[in-house]
Design a protein around this ligand. Structure first.
Ligand code: PMT
Length: 222
C-alpha cells in the first residue's frame, strides 16, 4: 500500500461537464467525460484524504472512499464548491465548466420555426477565479484545456485566477484531454515552475500529479 500522505487533509475535486439548459429538453455542454477528475479524486482518497467529488453529469462510478455531490449547471457547481471551500485544504478544478449559458431558460420546448434561430448567452461565474479571490489557506489547482498557445494561456490563468498550479492539456492532441483514458499534461506553478509528464493513463497521471504537488508543497507537514 502507498503511504497516506494526505491523511487528515480535505481535498475537493470538481469533475465532468456542466449542462446549461436551453429549454426542458435541450442544453449546452462539452465533451468532458469526468475521467480525469474522477482519477484525481481516486488518487486523493488513496493517499488518505477526506475526498469530496463535485461532479457534473457523467456515467462513472464513485471511486471508493470518495463522497460525491452531483450537480448540473455551472451555478450549481459554484454553490457546491463554495459550501466546501472554507474547510478544504486542497481544491482541484478538473471540471470543464461552461463559460456561457442561455440568458433565459424557456419553460416550454422551443418549437421549430421558419428560418434560423439564435440563443442569447451570458457569462457564467468563473468558479476558479472566485476561489482564487477568496483564498485563505487553501491550495488551489486548476486545469486548462487549450487547443493552441498552451503555455501562454495556462500561465495567464495561473496569474489571473490566483491558482497555485495550472495543469494544462493540449486537447487538440490525440489520446489526450477529453474522453480518452490517457492524458499528457504540463504543470505550471508560481516562480516559473514547469514540469511536463509523458502521455500515460489518467489514473497513473493523477497519482503522479498529486504526489509531486504534495511533495513540493510539503503538504503532509502542514
Ligand atoms: O473529463 P475528461 O473527459 O477526462 O477530460 C478531462 C478535461 C480535458 C476536461 C480536463 O483535463 C481539463 O482540462 N479540465 C479543465 C477544462 C476547462 O474548462 O478548462 P478551461 O481552460 O476552460 O478552464 C480553466 C480552469 O477554470 C479550469 O480549472 C476550470 O475548471 C475553471 N473554470 C472555468 C470556467 C468557469 N466558469 N469556472 C471555472 O472554474
Amino acid at each position: 500500500a502507498r503511504p497516506k500522505i494526505l491523511a487528515g487533509k480535505k481535498v475537493v475535486v470538481t469533475a465532468g461537464p456542466t449542462r446549461e439548459r436551453i429549454d426542458p429538453v435541450r442544453f449546452l455542454t462539452n465533451f468532458s467525460s469526468g475521467k480525469m477528475g474522477y482519477a484525481m479524486a481516486q488518487a486523493a482518497a488513496e493517499m488518505g484524504a477526506e475526498t469530496i467529488l463535485i461532479s457534473g453529469p457523467v456515467s462513472l462510478p464513485v471511486p471508493s472512499g470518495v463522497r460525491r455531490i452531483s450537480v448540473e449547471s455551472a451555478e450549481d457547481m459554484l454553490n457546491a464548491v463554495k459550501a466546501e471551500y472554507a474547510s478544504a485544504d486542497v481544491v482541484i478544478k478538473t471540471a470543464a465548466v461552461a463559460d456561457y449559458r442561455p440568458i433565459t431558460v424557456e419553460a416550454q420546448k422551443m418549437k421549430k420555426k421558419e428560418g434560423g434561430a439564435a440563443i442569447e448567452l451570458e457569462r457564467t461565474v468563473d468558479i476558479l477565479q472566485t476561489l482564487g479571490q477568496e483564498k485563505s489557506h487553501q491550495l488551489l489547482i486548476g486545469f486548462a484545456a487549450e487547443t493552441n498557445d498552451v503555455a501562454h494561456y495556462a500561465k495567464g490563468k495561473l496569474v489571473r485566477k490566483n491558482a497555485d498550479y495550472i495543469i494544462a492539456n493540449d486537447v487538440s492532441e490525440a489520446q489526450a484531454g477529453f474522453e480518452s483514458d490517457t492524458n499528457r499534461v504540463t504543470v505550471y506553478g508560481k516562480d516559473d515552475f514547469e514540469y511536463s509528464f509523458e502521455m500515460m493513463p489518467k489514473d497513473e497521471l493523477a497519482r503522479r500529479l498529486l504526489q509531486m504537488i504534495v511533495e513540493r508543497e510539503a503538504l503532509h507537514d502542514r
